[in-house]
Design a protein around this ligand. Structure first.
Ligand SMILES: Nc1ncnc2c1ncn2[C@@H]1O[C@H](COP(=O)(O)OP(=O)(O)OP(=O)(O)O)[C@@H](O)[C@H]1O
Length: 267
């Protein structure tokens, strides 16, 4: 197997032909734990959606050398009013193995109970989802992720609005996954958490600012560069234009570049 789990080549993603992540190239090592950091609107969720295949690239590619992928979106994207119980949500983790209409075996049931125990939700099987606290919901989603038995796990702000104890428990689980050889990419806003627990960081400001070992990436200079790029990038000027090159191939042209250079020159 390839030592790399993901390989990006000029990977460019966006909406309605406008790029939100520009020309990303590089590789993610198998079994690595990477934080994806950046300001609001810097393209972090867009990147995860591109890796998960929910969003098709405008240009470039992302080669995933994996068997199974698990993607945990932001909680705000989930509908908790759906009349379902914890067991129904967590059992969805089996669908890649059993199919959507597949029967859950006794062994599956035991595995599910074990995963609920691992996230501290023993006995919660029959609780309706809308009765869970934010932290309990996040624990249930982590249990579902565990059941997916994926070799690439994408987490979008999994520690938002959960207390310190829940964060500590969930971080332990994530570290356990990478110890098992799984690769984890995690969108995070909390720089303290990033520095403390994530060996690798990818810092985005719609384009790549820096990527590598966390102490090398999370420097004051890089964070200032990221902020500078982001501030320069207002909604009007931030979009890429899809242009046709003379050979007829579409090309994503970041019209912000001159403004970025101007801002970067001042920081
Ligand atoms: N469905 C969509 N349609 C159009 N534009 C979108 C869509 N989703 C995101 N965008 C835009 O793409 C840009 C990047 O958004 P994205 O959600 O990836 O940022 P983010 O770094 O995850 O932000 P946050 O930290 O606020 O969650 C933003 O300008 C956003 O408004």
């Amino acid at each position: 197997m390839n030592d790399f789990c993901l390989e990006f080549q000029n990977f460019t993603l966006g909406y309605q032909g406008h790029a939100a992540v520009h020309h990303l190239s590089g590789s993610v090592a198998r079994g690595s734990l990477t934080a994806i950091a950046g300001a609001n609107g810097s393209g972090k969720s867009t990147l995860l959606k591109g890796i998960a295949g929910i969003l098709k690239p405008i240009s470039g590619s992302c080669a995933a050398h994996i068997n199974r992928l698990a993607y945990l979106p932001q909680q705000s994207e989930l509908d908790r009013t759906f009349p379902a119980r914890v067991i129904d949500l967590v059992a969805l983790g089996f669908w890649q193995r059993r199919g959507l209409l597949g029967r859950i075996t006794l062994q599956d049931r035991a595995e599910l109970t074990k995963c609920l125990g691992a996230v501290g939700l023993e006995g919660f099987e029959k609780r309706p989802l809308d009765s869970l606290s934010g932290g309990q919901m996040q624990r249930a989603l982590f249990a579902r992720t565990m059941l997916q038995d994926a070799d690439l796990i994408l987490l979008d702000e999994p520690f938002n609005a959960v207390d310190a104890r829940t964060i500590a428990d969930l971080v332990m689980l994530v570290k356990g996954w990478t110890a098992e050889g799984r690769t984890v990419l995690c969108v995070l806003h909390d720089h303290v958490l990033v520095r403390e627990h994530f060996p690798q960081t990818l810092l985005l400001a719609r384009k790549l600012v820096s990527w590598g070992p966390t102490p090398d990436v999370m420097t004051a200079a890089n964070l200032m560069r990221a902020r500078g790029f982001q501030e320069a990038w207002d909604e009007r000027s931030g979009w890429c234009e899809e242009r046709l090159a003379p050979d007829g191939h579409g090309h994503c042209h970041p019209i912000i570049d001159k403004r970025e250079q101007a801002v970067a020159a001042h920081v």
